[in-house]
Each structure stands twice: as C-alpha cells, then as structure tokens.
Design a protein around this ligand. Structure first.
Ligand code: NDP
Length: 243
C-alpha cells in the first residue's frame, strides 16, 4: 500500500471542517483533525474515520495564538513529516451592525479568521516545499468576503483578506507545484448559522435551499484531488447562486 498523503483540516471538530475531513478520508487521504477546545468531538470523528481505515491524529490549538500554533505544528511535522494538503477552515463570527461594533468583536474575528492564514500556513510552507511533492492549500472564505454583508463588517474584512492572501500565495507557490485556492461558501447549515433566520435567508438563495457542509466538502475534495492540478489562485463560490 502506498503511504497516504496527510491533510490537515483546521476546525474539523464539527460543521464544514468535519464534513471536509470525512470526505477527504473517503478520498484516501490521512487526516490531521484540529479544533480549539472540542477535543471530544475530534476524538469521536477520529474513531469514526479510523474504523473505516483512515489514519488520523488530532491537534488542539487556538488558530489566533501564533506562538502556540507554530509550536504544535512544528512538533507534529518534525515527528510525522510535512502535510500534503492543508484546509484553513477554522473561523468564527461576531456579528453586529458596525456603529455598535466593539473593538473586541473586530479583533476576535480578524485574529481568528484572517491572522490564522499566517499562523497556520507560515510554519507549514517550508516543510511542504522541501518535501518536493507539490501540495494543496485550500482556504475557506465566505460570500461575505466576496460581496460584503451587513452586520458583518469585521467578518467581511477578514474573509476578503483571505481571498487576497490566497491569490498572492498561489503566485508564490505555483513554481513549487503547490496549488492555493479558496472556497467561498454561501449560507451553510451549521452551528455558526443556527441562530440566523434561516427560513428568511432561504428565500434569498436562487437554488431555494441552504447549503450543507457536504456541499462545501465536495468542492474541497475536488480541489484536493489530482484532477485539480491545473487550478490555482481561484475562488470557488459554493452558494446556490447567491452571487
Ligand atoms: P462551526 O462554528 O460549525 O465550526 C467552527 C470550527 O472552527 C470548529 O471546529 C471550532 O473548534 C473551530 N474554531 C473556531 N475558532 C477557532 C480558533 N480560534 N482556533 C481553532 N479552532 C477554532 O463553523 P462552520 O463549520 O459553519 O464554518 C467553518 C468555516 O466556514 C469558517 O471559516 C466559516 O467562517 C466559514 N463559512 C461558514 C459559513 C456558514 O454559513 N456556516 C458560510 C461561509 C463561510 P471548536 O469546536 O473547538 O470550537
């Protein structure tokens, strides 16, 4: 049996990240699960994937904590080698109309959703390059980062920043055969959206349904595959036709 390619999926304890981890496992990748605090959910998912024959391990750290993230990622790679694929998925919202937005709401979203691009990828890129086997980086933006969304000035800023960072990194890594692409989901039913008026929001979707985590996982699966080798620096909108 060939050695499996390892993919790190940040924020894979639940929601979109868990669906991506499951799908990539189905595709034959070995999976590094990750979360901030929900270790039990990661352990349950690791057991599920393991029972289907997927090698897994779990990392726990806050993606907004640069030093801790670097330390844990470097220790993991020192023991197990570079990742072939990385999905930067972990994220949060702190929604409020801009005039009422507190500094801590701005900071929390920018640090978690945008700084995590640097905090997670920076320690991983040189090992990936030195591995000389190419690679895949997938970032998760949002329709809010593409078109902007009221009540989400902080989140729209962070998610638009992810798109710019993704496109720039794609240029830097193209000659290394490492593709860097972004998925911009629309409204996906997860814990993140559970407090939103989903029946109202559904009416705004041309396809007349909310997205599922599996809809996003399908796009991630394709971008991670060998078949996507000639796709880099792109934003794939998965939003039911909203934009
Ligand atoms: P969930 O709230 O369901 O899950 C969030 C995941 O991210 C959890 O695994 C959580 O870990 C982890 N996480 C959150 N903050 C941190 C942190 N500081 N450090 C490490 N891990 C963290 O979110 P979704 O699955 O809905 O969203 C996943 C991604 O998709 C996010 O980037 C989000 O912005 C984006 N997105 C979501 C949309 C939606 O409609 N749901 C639409 C567009 C984009 P733990 O369990 O330990 O808290």
């Amino acid at each position: 049996m060939p050695t499996p390619k390892w993919c790190l999926v940040t924020g894979s304890s639940r929601g979109i990240g868990a669906a991506i981890a499951r799908k990539l496992a189905d595709d034959g990748f070995a999976i590094v699960l990750h979360a901030r605090s929900n270790r039990q959910a990661c352990e349950e998912l690791a057991a599920e994937l393991g029972s289907r024959g997927t090698p897994t391990r779990i990392l726990m750290f806050d993606v907004s904590d640069r030093e801790t993230a670097a330390g844990i990622l470097q220790a993991d790679m020192a023991e197990h080698g570079a990742y072939y694929g990385i999905v930067c998925n972990a994220g949060i919202t702190r929604d409020t109309p801009f005039p009422a937005m507190e500094g801590n709401q701005w900071d929390a979203v920018l640090r978690t959703d945008l700084d995590s691009f640097y905090n997670v990828l920076s320690p991983c890129i040189m090992p990936m390059i030195q591995n000389r086997k190419g690679g895949r980086i997938i970032t998760i933006s949002s329709i809010s980062g593409v078109v902007g969304n009221r009540g989400q000035v902080n989140y729209s800023a962070a998610k638009a920043g992810i798109i710019g960072a993704t496109k720039a990194l794609a240029l830097e890594l193209a000659k290394r055969n490492i593709t860097v692409n972004c998925i911009a989901p629309g409204i996906i039913e997860t814990d993140m959206t559970s407090n939103l008026p989903l029946d109202e929001l559904r009416k705004m979707v041309p396809l007349r349904r909310l997205g599922t985590a599996d809809d996003i996982a399908a796009a991630a699966s394709f971008l991670m595959s060998d078949g996507a080798a000639y796709i880099t620096r792109q934003v794939i909108n998965v939003n039911g036709g909203m934009a």
